[in-house]
Design a protein around this ligand. Structure first.
Ligand SMILES: [Zn+2]
Length: 66
């Protein structure tokens, strides 16, 4: 067994009003272009390369009351 060091997670911030992001992996670790909709979430993770996209909140942070 060889020890892997693949725990580097890239977080990419996008504008708060972005509804979906396109990811192709970028660079040498590219993958087919996919579109990742945020839906109701503020973060989405690419299922190809594991990049995390996070929407910047331009408003004051508001807590969701259940
Ligand atoms: Zn990706």
């Amino acid at each position: 067994m060889s020890a892997r060091r693949s725990s580097v997670i890239t977080t990419i911030q996008v504008d708060a009003d972005v509804e979906e992001v396109a990811c192709d992996g970028g660079g040498a670790y590219g993958h087919p272009l996919v579109y990742l909709p945020f839906g109701k979430k503020d973060t989405v993770v690419c299922y190809y390369c594991g990049r995390r996209f996070q929407r910047r909140s331009s408003k004051l942070p508001e807590r969701k009351a259940h």
